[in-house]
Design a protein around this ligand. Structure first.
Ligand SMILES: *[C@@H]1O[C@H](CO)[C@@H](O)[C@H](O)[C@H]1NC(C)=O
Ligand SMILES: *[C@@H]1O[C@H](CO)[C@@H](O)[C@H](O)[C@H]1NC(C)=O
Length: 124
């Protein structure tokens, strides 16, 4: 009987500790009036949350670091960055100048471009 009682006491202490910990955890994250609804609202978007964007943002300016490129050292604007990791040249960049094939876009690897400031008026 004494053994069972001690077991129960230990269980109660463990439960109390667990409860105290989880409540203090919730309190620390969400101070003030909170409910389980608020908790769910906060947790729900996390499941659908998109993976962080890889590479430069669309519309940002980059400088080309690929030496053999026609646009080496020139600036262009990012049209898109393919987010699939298997794509070899995911960064599509549009330039002001066309190359000898009259093309003004090209795909680059992430390490072949570096973010650059937007050109000033009249600059490229
Ligand atoms: C209480 O929570 C913290 C952080 O969540 C954890 O590191 C710690 O081990 C927990 N303690 C107990 C008694 O559960
Ligand atoms: C012009 O650029 C396109 C796209 O990168 C490329 O396929 C083509 O070979 C280039 N043409 C010349 C003449 O460099």
């Amino acid at each position: 009987m004494a053994m069972r009682l001690r077991g129960l006491v230990l269980l109660a202490v463990a439960a109390a500790l667990g409860l105290w910990n989880s409540t203090s955890f919730v309190g620390a994250r969400l101070p003030g009036r909170t409910s389980s609804i608020a908790l769910e609202a906060e947790a729900a978007p996390k499941k659908k949350e998109k993976a962080p964007w890889v590479g430069p943002k669309k519309g940002s300016w980059v400088k080309i670091l690929r030496p053999e490129s026609y646009w080496y050292q020139t600036r262009g604007q990012v049209v898109n960055v393919n987010q699939k990791p298997e794509v070899k040249y995911p960064v599509t960049v549009k330039f002001d100048r066309v190359n000898f094939s009259n093309v003004n876009t090209n795909g680059f690897a992430l390490w072949e471009v570096i973010e650059a400031p937007a050109p000033g008026p009249g600059e490229v």
